[in-house]
Design a binder for this molecule. Structure first.
Ligand code: ADP
Length: 532
C-alpha cells in the first residue's frame, strides 16, 4: 500500500484478504460460464446470468460509483427485490468499501426516511420498475438495472481521504425492529460475514451443483445468506419472485422449472402448501435440501413436510442477524413421535453456543433453561450509532472474563438435551417472530403511543386459527371519548411494515402489569381476546 502526499491511501498489489467482493466472485475465475443467478422476467421466462456477466455488471456499477468519490464506510441504501442487479450492486459496494443497506419497496415512507436520515446515507439507489412516489430525501439518488447504474443526483460529500478497504470495514447494515421504538441497524463487517460463510460452506451445507432458491426479501439477512452461500460455494442462486410466493401452485411450478435443488425460507413459507395443496410437494423430487430459519417450525407441520418430501434433508437454521446465523442442524428423519422441540444443535465451525444463567455462570446440566451466548469470530460490529444498545449484547465472554474479548448475548432461552445439543425454548424479552419477521413489541407500542388519542399501549401475540396474530391494548387519553380503531390502524400502517401492524387495537381501562411492573403480555392476550 502507498500513501499519497494529501494523506489519501491507495490500494497496492496485495489483494484484500476478507472482502465479500473477492470471496463471492472467486468462481468468476474458475467457472466463468456457469450460471451465478437465474432470474425470471415478468412473463416467467428464466435467464441465466453467468459469473462472468455478474462480474462485468459489478465492474460497470463500480466504475459509476467510483466517480462519486465516496469515502470507505459511506452508506448506500438499496431498494430492490433479491435479483442479479442487487447482487452486482452489493459486490460493487463491497469492492469500494461502501456499506450496502437493503430496504424493501413495501417499507412505509416514514420508516425509510428515518433510516436514510439516521444513516446519513450518501445514496438511495432503487431498482428500475414501479416504486414509491418521490420521498422528501435531499441526498444522492440513483436507479439501477441489468442495463446499468445511473446517478440521478450525486451526493454532496467531502473529498475521499482513503481508498483501501479493510476486513473490519462494513459490508452491510440490516435494519431490524428495535425495542426503543426506532429500527436498529445491525452493522456487519467483511471479516465477520466472510468468516461466517467460509465456516458454513466448510460444514457442507451446500454443494457446487446446488441451485438455491431464495424466498426472502433483500432486506432480510436470510436473502443475503442465500447470496453468500450460493456464490461463496460456486453454486447458483435462484431468487423466487414475490408473485410466485402468493400461490402454492405457482411456487411449485417455479421451483420445478428453475430446477431448484435447495430451498431457503422461513417455516411459514410452507404453511399454505401443507394446508391446501400438500400433494403438490410430491412434484419437488429434485429438491435435495430445505433450510428453514428465523422461528420455530411447528412440529406437526414439519412432520408433514418430511412425509411429503421423502429423502430431502431438512435443516433447522438458528441464529440472529447479529451473527447472520449460529447453527444449522439436520432434522432427524423420521422426526421421532415423542419429540416436542427441535434441536438447534451446535454452533457452526469455529464458533460455540454456551448457556449462561442469570448469575453469569455456564450451565452444563441437561434440562436447565438459560440464555444462549454465542462465542464466534463472526459477530456483528455493533448497532449503528448506538453504543449503549451494542454494549447490552456484546458482553465480556463469561468463560474468559479477563481476556477482554466480547461474545453475543442472544436473548434466546434454551436447554441442553442428554446428548449435549441445545433446544430453543423462547425469548427472554419481548421480541417475537411474525411470519418470519423479527418484531420488537416495544416498537409497535411506541408507534401506537404516538397516536394523539392514545396514552399508553401494549402489544402481544394471540393464537388465532393455527397462527399467531398481533393484537394491541391501549389506554385512551380521554377514556370517555369514543375510540376510532380504523384511524389508529391507519396510523400504524403509515409508520410500520404490514406485518408489524396489529390486527385489532382494543381500548382497555388499564394495561395489565406483572408484579415487577413489566407489561404482562399473557394477561394482555386474554384481555384483548375477551374484548374482541
Ligand atoms: P434471522 O434473520 O436469523 O431470522 P432475526 O435477527 O430476524 O434473525 O431474529 C433472530 C431471532 O429469531 C432469534 O434470536 C430467535 O429468537 C429467533 N429464531 C431464529 N431462528 C430460529 C429457529 N431456528 N428456531 C427458533 N427461533 C429462531
Amino acid at each position: 500500500m502507498q500513501r499519497t502526499g494529501q494523506g489519501e491511501t491507495v490500494q497496492g498489489e496485495e489483494p484484500t484478504a476478507d472482502n465479500l467482493y473477492d470471496y463471492l466472485l472467486a468462481p468468476a475465475a474458475r467457472t466463468p460460464d456457469k450460471a451465478a443467478v437465474v432470474e425470471a422476467d415478468e412473463s416467467g421466462t428464466l435467464t441465466d446470468i453467468s459469473y462472468r456477466q455478474l462480474a462485468a455488471l459489478a465492474e460497470q456499477y463500480t466504475q459509476t460509483l467510483e466517480l462519486l468519490g465516496l469515502e470507505v464506510g459511506e452508506r448506500i441504501v438499496v431498494e430492490a427485490p433479491s435479483c442479479a442487479a442487487a447482487v452486482a450492486l452489493l459486490l460493487a459496494c463491497s469492492k469500494l468499501g461502501l456499506a450496502f443497506v437493503p430496504v424493501s419497496a413495501q417499507m412505509p415512507d416514514n420508516r425509510l426516511m428515518t433510516i436514510l436520515t439516521s444513516l446519513d446515507a450518501a445514496l438511495y439507489a432503487r431498482a428500475h420498475g414501479p416504486g414509491r412516489p418521490e420521498l422528501p430525501w435531499a441526498g444522492g439518488t440513483a436507479r439501477f438495472a441489468l442495463s446499468g447504474l445511473s446517478i440521478d443526483k450525486a451526493p454532496a460529500r467531502p473529498t475521499r481521504r482513503r481508498r483501501n478497504v479493510l476486513a473490519l470495514d462494513t459490508a452491510y447494515i440490516i435494519f431490524t425492529s428495535g425495542s426503543s421504538g426506532r429500527p436498529k441497524g445491525v452493522v456487519m463487517s467483511h471479516r465477520a460475514i466472510v468468516t461466517f460463510l467460509r465456516a458454513v460452506i466448510a460444514d457442507q451445507l451446500v454443494s457446487q451443483c446446488d441451485r438455491i432458491a431464495s424466498t426472502s426479501p433483500l432486506q432480510f439477512d436470510f436473502a443475503l445468506f442465500g447470496i453468500g452461500l450460493a456464490l461463496g460455494s460456486g453454486a447458483t442462486l435462484v431468487p423466487v419472485p414475490r408473485t410466485c410466493l402468493d400461490s402454492p401452485r405457482r411456487m411449485v411450478t417455479f421451483l420445478r422449472k428453475a430446477r431448484v435443488t435447495q430451498v431457503h425460507g422461513v417455516p411459514s413459507l410452507w404453511r399454505p402448501l401443507l394446508r391446501h395443496d400438500a400433494q403438490l410437494l410430491k412434484q419437488l423430487d429434485q429438491v435435495r435440501s430445505v433450510i428453514f430459519a428465523g422461528e420455530s417450525f411447528p412440529l406437526a407441520e414439519l412432520r408433514r413436510l418430511q412425509q411429503m418430501l421423502p429423502g430431502t434433508r431438512l435443516v433447522n437454521g438458528y441464529g440472529a442477524t447479529e451473527s447472520m446465523a449460529a447453527s444449522f442442524t439436520e432434522v432427524p428423519d423420521p422426526l421421532p413421535a415423542h419429540q416436542r422441540t427441535l434441536s438447534i444443535g451446535h454452533a457452526h465451525r469455529g464458533a460455540e453456543m454456551i448457556l449462561v444463567d442469570s448469575a453469569g455462570r455456564a450451565v452444563t446440566r441437561p434440562g436447565v433453561i438459560a440464555e444462549i451466548y454465542l462465542r464466534s469470530p463472526a459477530l456483528f460490529s455493533g448497532y449503528w450509532n448506538d453504543p449503549a444498545a451494542t454494549a447490552q449484547v456484546l458482553v465480556p465472554d463469561p468463560l474468559q472474563a479477563r481476556h477482554g474479548h466480547t461474545v453475543l448475548r442472544t436473548g434466546d432461552l434454551a436447554c441442553l438435551d442428554e446428548r449435549g445439543e441445545l433446544h430453543f425454548v423462547g425469548r427472554a424479552d419481548a421480541q417475537v417472530q411474525i411470519r418470519g419477521h423479527r418484531v420488537e413489541l416495544g416498537e409497535v407500542e411506541s408507534v401506537l403511543a404516538q397516536h394523539p388519542a392514545i396514552a399508553s399501549a401494549a402489544a402481544t401475540l394471540v393464537p388465532r386459527g393455527g397462527e399467531h396474530v398481533l393484537m394491541a391494548g391501549i389506554v385512551l387519553k380521554d377514556i370517555t371519548a369514543p375510540f376510532d380503531e380504523p384511524a389508529a390502524l391507519a396510523h400504524c400502517a403509515r409508520h410500520l411494515p404490514a406485518y408489524m401492524t396489529p390486527r385489532r387495537i382494543r381500548p382497555l381501562a388499564d394495561l395489565p402489569l406483572t408484579e415487577n411492573g413489566k407489561a404482562d403480555r399473557a394477561r394482555l392476550a386474554r384481555l384483548v381476546t375477551t374484548a374482541a
